[in-house]
Ligand binder design. Structure first.
Ligand SMILES: [Zn+2]
Length: 108
């Protein structure tokens, strides 16, 4: 499956949940293959060359190495693991776990 089939979009200025004024390519948001809810994935190396997103909370610490600058050539490492955690960091729901390579989404 391709990222674009999961309604993937880059996280830029105007992202409704965070103040990223003046920024672009902070990460991507796309629909979880298991439930179609949107999850964000933030890059260690945003496309605009500036600093990575600060954690929104203590469960928001993972940042991914990015290669590529479009939804069709994006590669992230390591794998992406969508989980819902409680405030103590305990996993309360496991969602999708898989890989993104050259814009292709595959299960782990
Ligand atoms: Zn899901």
């Amino acid at each position: 499956m391709k990222l674009t089939e999961l309604d993937a979009q880059f996280i830029n200025e105007g992202y409704p949940y965070r103040d990223f004024t003046g920024r672009f390519g902070m990460g991507i948001i796309f629909r979880c293959p298991c439930c179609r809810n949107y999850f964000p994935v933030y890059f260690k190396n945003p496309i605009d060359g500036m600093s990575q997103a600060e954690p929104a909370n203590k469960n928001d610490t993972h940042r991914w190495d990015r290669a590529g600058i479009t939804l069709d050539d994006l590669t992230l490492s390591p794998s992406v693991n969508f989980q819902i955690k409680d405030r103590h960091g305990n996993i309360i729901k496991q969602h999708w776990h898989g890989h993104i390579k050259n814009g292709e989404v595959t299960n782990a």
